[in-house]
Design a protein around this ligand. Sequence first.
Ligand code: BGC
Ligand code: MG
Length: 545
Amino acid sequence: MSKAPNNNWWRGGVIYQIYPRSFADSNGDGVGDLPGITQRLDYVAQLGADAVWLSPIFKSPMKDFGYDVSDYCDVDPLFGTLDDFRALVNKAHDLGLRVMIDQVLSHTSDQHPWFAESRSSRSNPKADWYVWADAKDDGNPPNNWLSIFGGSAWQWDTRRRQYYLHNFLSSQPDLNYHNPEVVEAILGTVKFWLELGVDGYRLDTANYYFHDKELRSNPGRGQPKGNDPAVNDVNPYGWQHHKFDKTQPENIGFLKQLRALLDQYPNTTMVGEIGDDDGLSVMAEYTSGTDKLHMAYSFDLLGPDSSSTYLHDLMTRFAEKNATGWPSWALSNHDVVRVGSRWGGETPDVRKLRVAAAFQMCLRGSPCLYQGDELGLPEAQVAFEDLQDPYGITMWPEFKGRDGCRTPMPWDGQAADMGFGSGTQKPWLPLTEAYRTLAVSEQDKDPQSLLNFYRSLLAWRKGQEVLLHGDQALLPVHQQVMAFVREHEGKKVLCAFNFSESAATLDLPAPFKSASMLPIPGLGGGSVSGENIHLETYGALLLAL
Ligand code: BGC
Ligand code: MG
């Protein structure tokens, strides 16, 4: 079959992630919804994004807030209807925005009819649609696999007197992709949304589809000793090498089937979320050639470290492994502490947030921007009594879960509900008072605000072909400055960002002596003198050849 055209809009396009529960609430029930998003799409278009990624909107008992799907082909009534979704897509397309949806294909909800049937007996037609296994002689689960959200990855079910696999909550049973009927059913659901006009997918846990058929135990990596940043000491999931429970060779075959399906629909794309011990290698493998993922989403800028040495090391490793694959870099999402606090500290220095944003927008790849980061929102402090995230409730207090990045978006600093729309209804997570002065209404008024900086940064970037499409080569590692050269069709742009709290100097590479300054609107602090580049605290400099 011949491929439908793909205009590659996604290469270098900015993806704006919307967490629907917390974006805008049109019916005042305390939970954001699709009509709410539609009403606010102008804002996203004005920001300069190319696409929106909607976290899951499908029918769900909401045990993991939509990442537990009970019907892949319908919208949850909490969010609206399929018609509301059609209206959202139409409005987005009118505004020139693409719509990407979040497909949670590795597991379903335990409320999905497929699971209800599968668990009913060992002999029903869907008996093998999930990963079922007998207990060992001593009653224990078949192996040592762990759930990310705590405890064994195996849940006992009395109906079948067997265990089933779940990588997340026990109410998120893992589909058995070794069964071709499952693959076919899933591809059918993907096609459903393509027919409805979506432009692409964010694939949840894209390396988790297959498990080792022989159910071999993962090798342990040992309890963390001291401060090994590579091992999460709070969650024993991190104490194993995940050799057998994910990233299996068969996964590639499924990605190829997905790609073949998308290739029939013009200008569609997929970005796969890759969480693995060696995520960079998996990203490379899954985006090599043109027959698997279009883009892979990295976790590597979602950690605490924003030092230039860390960033340099990361980009060096990325480049070594990944010559051609196309990455998507995010500084925040709905699963991690907001970058405002993670990189910005207790009282985020807006200069640091500016330089981080400019860095993200100059990297080779498609930047993913999480709702509210354009406002510089810090992580919200959510009290234990208000927690919703089961992951946080289990791991409290050393890990507080993900509610702190999921509180309602502040639209209007003057309104009691900050314009989220809940009126008198209590929002599903509390409003964050600290967001009032950072609300869209307040930043709109201030030409120097972070929001207006983002707007001009994204508008400016649209005209920078080298930044959108160029290759990337690193300058030597520097204790304060992250610097690289982008190159496209003979044009070069040197990009240097001072991530430190003091002024910095670095050698000017000889070819750039004749270069001219390429100002990033609203971000200065860089100059050239003789053989050197000087950067003020959190300053940036671009030089074009
Ligand atoms: C999503 C999480 C979700 C998990 C299970 C992830 O990686 O981003 O929010 O809890 O997958 O679906
Ligand atoms: Mg609502």
